[in-house]
Ligand binder design. Sequence first.
Ligand code: ADP
Ligand code: ASP
Ligand code: MG
Length: 278
Amino acid sequence: MIVTKFGGSSLASATQLQKVKNIITANPERQVVVVSAPGKRDSSDYKITDLLYTLRSQFKYGIPDDGIREMIIKRYVTIKEELNLDIDIEKEINEFFASCSKKTNTATVVSRGEYFSARLVAKFLGFAFVDAADILTFNFDGKIDYEKSKQAVIEAVDKYGNIVVPGFYGAYPDGDIHLLSRGGSDVTGAWLAAFLDADVYENWTDVSGTYTCDPRITKNARPIPDITYKEMREMAYLGAGVFHEEAIAPARQAGITINIKNTKAPSDRGTFINSVRD
Ligand code: ADP
Ligand code: ASP
Ligand code: MG
């Protein structure tokens, strides 16, 4: 089995979602799909997560809505319409906004970016939607309850076969949402891969692997074909934002190979991360 995680740019538009579907249907081993919230479609665009952080401040401080809700709704509705999906996402989002008050916490609001993204992706792929709040449990100190979460994830896959799970959050034992740090969907994917003893954890992003340095900044950056967990952790620590530093330990401890791959160039090999380099 393969656990896949798709980042924000891979889910930013209907065109991108079609690429995701092509990747998933190309290999039936790709049974588990973890998704981020829609990211930027181009450099002038906004990440849904950033809009939700702003919206939460507006709720909290009573600042008048300056069109942010509309921007969020429009993004999901545009994807839904372009893909002709039979789901009333507009109603779901409006109901959520109507339930918010100045007391609604950041985690509850911001996690909806991934939640609504997963609702659409599950519909589009024909996979079961499984809410991360129902399978990933965190202790009140913020640490994952490994055994309880592992059991719930295994049960979800046993029950549904193919699932889509929103990244970036889970729930405390009382049901309140626990949000991970920015870029945390990588960590969600790593936990799921570890719990399910996946053959590989594929992390699909907008570049063909880990490069010698950020390819957005340096033109002659080159993809690294193979790297160890330790080397990747050092690179992540030093700022290689392609993969979340905290996503390495769960995969390393369970001995899961990580493969960083490019949604826009799926046949590129990408980077393989293992305990030793061949
Ligand atoms: P996603 O939304 O898929 O999680 P991110 O934006 O978090 O994607 O990570 C991918 C980005 O990481 C790339 O577009 C690239 O600009 C940046 N990046 C920074 N350092 C590196 C590196 N060493 N190798 C590859 N990408 C890097
Ligand atoms: N959407 C969240 C963020 O932008 C989490 C993620 O993409 O992994 O940080
Ligand atoms: Mg990321």
